[in-house]
Design a protein around this ligand. Structure first.
Ligand SMILES: [Cu+2]
Length: 262
C-alpha cells in the first residue's frame, strides 16, 4: 500500500528530480511528482512509521502538516496466498492535531527507489534466477536540509535487505526477516511455486543504527537492494521464472523550513 498527499509544496523529493510530469507512480493516481508525495508505504513487512517516541515530559513533536487543499490518494495491492476468494479490508486510523502548533516539527518524506519513475511501478525484472545479486539505484542528490528521523526498506521475497551509501560511505542496513508472523507463512506456494515463507519484517535505521543524522543539500544518497535466492526463495511466476522484485526505502526527514500551502 502506498499513500500519497497531493497538494501545494508537496513535490515528491526524489521523483521530481527525475521526471516531474511523467513519473508513472504519480500519473497513475492522476497527479504528477511536482504535486504529490508518497508519505506512507508498506508491504507485508507492515513497518511502523512512528513519528513520535512516547517520552515522558516531551515538549517537541513531529507531524506531517496538512492543509485544506490537500488530497490523499492510495494505491493498494492485495495478495491472497490461499487460492480461495477472500474479502479484505484496509483500515486507516488518523491521529490529527488541530492547527499547526509551534512545538510541532514538519516531516518531509523521501522515497528512495531502485526503479524510480521507470514506468514499471517500482518493479524490476529479477536479473538472475538463482544466487546472489544487488540492484543499485541511481543516486539521489538531496534537495533540502533536515534532521533524519529514520529509514525503512522494502524488498520482495528473496531479498536480504536494503542498504544505503551517503557520499560513498555505508550508513545503514534495513534487513529482512522471514516467517516471523503467521501472516508471512502461506500453506502453499503461488501457482508457479517458490516461497511459502515470506518477508515478515524489515529492520529500521534509527538512532545509533543511523550514523548520518542530517540530510544536507547536495549529499548523494544511493540505495542498494541485496537479494540471495539461495538464502530465501523468491515467488515464482506461472512460467517458473522469478517474479518482479523491488528495492525501496522511505526516509522521513524533519525539514528545516515550513511547508508553503494553504
Ligand atoms: Cu513491493
Amino acid at each position: 500500500m502506498v499513500m500519497y498527499n497531493e497538494g501545494q509544496d508537496a513535490a515528491d523529493a526524489t521523483a521530481v528530480t527525475v521526471a516531474p510530469e511523467t513519473c508513472d507512480s504519480h500519473t497513475t493516481i492522476g497527479s504528477t511528482a511536482s504535486k504529490s508525495e508518497r508519505w506512507y508505504a508498506s508491504g507485508n513487512e507492515r513497518s511502523h512509521s512512528a513519528f513520535n517516541m512516547n517520552l515522558p515530559n516531551n515538549t517537541i513533536w513531529n507531524g506531517y502538516p496538512l492543509y485544506p487543499s490537500d488530497n490523499f490518494h492510495f494505491k493498494i495491492e492485495l495478495m491472497n496466498m490461499n487460492h480461495e476468494a477472500q474479502i479484505g479490508y484496509v483500515t486507516v486510523t488518523y491521529d490529527i492535531v488541530e492547527g499547526h502548533p509551534e512545538n510541532f516539527r514538519e516531516i518531509k518524506p523521501v522515497w528512495l527507489d531502485a526503479a524510480l519513475c521507470t514506468g514499471t511501478g517500482s518493479e524490476i525484472t529479477a536479473p538472475q534466477q538463482s544466487g546472489k545479486f544487488s540492484v543499485v539505484a541511481e543516486p539521489w542528490v538531496a534537495t533540502f536540509d533536515g534532521a533524519i528521523l529514520g529509514i525503512a526498506g522494502h524488498v520482495h521475497d528473496g531479498g536480504v535487505g536494503v542498504r544505503f551509501e551517503v557520499d560513498g560511505q555505508h550508513v545503514c542496513d534495513s534487513v529482512a526477516t522471514y516467517g516471523s508472523t503467521s501472516g508471512s507463512i502461506s500453506p502453499k506456494p503461488m501457482m508457479g511455486g517458490g516461497a511459502t515463507v515470506h518477508v515478515s519484517a524489515m529492520s529500521t535505521c534509527i538512532g545509533p543504527l543511523l550514523p548520518v543524522k542530517e540530510l544536507k543539500k547536495g549529499q548523494k544518497w544511493t540505495l542498494i537492494a541485496d537479494y540471495d535466492y539461495d538464502k530465501h526463495l523468491g515467488i515464482l511466476e506461472e512460467d517458473g521464472k522469478q517474479s518482479d522484485i523491488m528495492g525501496i526505502a522511505l526516509l522521513f526527514a524533519l525539514r528545516s523550513d515550513k511547508r508553503q500551502a494553504s
